[in-house]
Design a protein around this ligand. Sequence first.
Ligand code: CA
Length: 231
Amino acid sequence: MNRKRILIVEDELSIAELERDYLELSDFEVEIETSGASGLERAMKEEFDLFILDLMLPEIDGFEICKKIRGVKNTPILMVSAKKDDIDKIRGLGLGADDYVTKPFSPSELVARVKAHLTRYERLIGSGMPENEVIEIRGLKIDKTARRVYVNGEEKNFTTKEFDLLTFLASNPNRVFTKEELFSRIWDMESIGDIATVTVHIKKIREKIEFNTAKPQYIETIWGVGYRFKV
Ligand code: CA
């Protein structure tokens, strides 16, 4: 059986080493990064089975790393913080961490939680659940199954119609659709209503996914015709 790999991102090396020592005793392979930037880089590039992220890190904090990881991976994440209040706050934000641990904690407690989350995650993967249907184009990720949209790893909130419209266009790239076509497909009412609704929704979608709405890189306007999703 392969040893499970864990990445600890923690700026206090003594804490990280303590965590590592205990985890290694339980036969985990442990890597440590002491800065948010290097931790994020490795988290994105390498395969790990679990992440332990300290919340308070200089420059890129645990928050940011958690959000970025969640944009692309379902790997279990344990967030560690020294302050009780922060834990309550981040729980409320629903960043997608699987567990929150307050410092100081007992190392054996941490190991127990790590094991529990790895077991739970393996069950989830092994349960034959089909993978989510995902469209990824450059920095844009549309999870059709979960109905969630991420731009460069950051989740954006979409209304139902905005999501349907974006997903329809992205699922049919390089084709021009007229506003009338889009309206009848997404709003499901034959030519009743206002096709200006389409324009309004395209504008809102662009504000969420485009770096520069004046020069859209995803949804192009084809003047006099309609819209086209560019891949
Ligand atoms: Ca810290």
